[in-house]
Design a protein around this ligand. Sequence first.
Ligand code: AKG
Ligand code: FE2
Length: 381
Amino acid sequence: MSSTTVTEVSASYKLELHTAYGPAFRDVLNTAPRDATEAEVPIVDLAGLFNSAEKRKEIAQAVRSAGTNMGFFYIKNHGIDEQVIGKAKSQFLSFIEQDTEEKEKVSQDKSKYYNGWKAPRSTNISRTESVDVKESFSWRYHPENDPDHPQPLSSLPSEVQPWIRGEDFVWQGTSHLSDFKTDILTYWQSCLKLARQLVKVFALSLDLPEDYFDSRTTFPGADGVLNYYPVTTAEETAANSVGLGSHTDLQLFTLLWQDEVGGLQVLTKDGQWIKAKPRPGTFVVNIGDFMMRLSNDFFKSTVHRVYNRAPVERVSMPFFFAGLNFNCVEGVIPTCTSPENPAKYEPISCGDWCQLRFKLEAERMAKMVAEREATAELKAK
Ligand SMILES: O=C(O)CCC(=O)C(=O)O
Ligand SMILES: [Fe+2]
């Protein structure tokens, strides 16, 4: 036996992910991320989505193919005005530029339901990766802001009211930023209108009538988030830090606007990271865990993460759509089962579904903070 030690670089590593039922593991290749091909993350043309039932059927075929393959696709001709997008982005940057003290006035620590500002490096979505370098601002559905049927909370059915997650403090604490609320909500309202149309397409893509979900989508979970990825420091690059660690999204689907900087990566079935590069004029759409569950795993909720290695800051503006009212209990969709492929999951509401993962996540983060504090205390001694 030779006395020389050969350090072998292993071909793969174990990635820990967080699911509603606790940690799950994936083998991931150590090969460098490569560009996604157009077959892997296709571009779906939405022209005609709002005004032609025939077109919606055509779009549904493309969505079915993308949803069952990678679960990720781009949409073009989505109808969301570039000016609306631009204003939301620049309002967010004005928010980010403020002093920490000002941002703390709308801190998520003040929220019951994950609304508000999250400081940079304060989350760690995958334990096998670094903390998430990004900082973010979030707000959630409130019926007063609904673009299609605005109304006070008190006029909602009593079973829906307890599930409304929007909180006013995020708007009160940003009211000194001129037109912040208007510009941010205009963006969110455009996303909600588009998402309500896309739900019809998703219904068609699962061989359902296009209005299948409509009676349960009046006051849906619809979360807006603005993500800011600062330029990664030399130390963070050396430590292989992630902007946002590996995860799947939780709900029905996500509409993701990303700027032109790049950094979004998607994990293939074979454990290869591929880059979903920015395509001007598009949004990325990706399937969430709740959709995967309702479709009996027909549609794929795919792991993704963000690496910002560009010499400039990056902004993304995801819109997470639960589709259904949070209180609405939904089982596996009948067209996704057969005698050979019975339903794998019990009915659950999207609200309860999200709660399962939020609860585990909150416990894990509390533990991480306690550990960090204990280490800091030890060092101080
Ligand atoms: O910033 C991005 O491109 C992706 C963000 C994301 O995956 C998320 O917020 O869940
Ligand atoms: Fe995501």
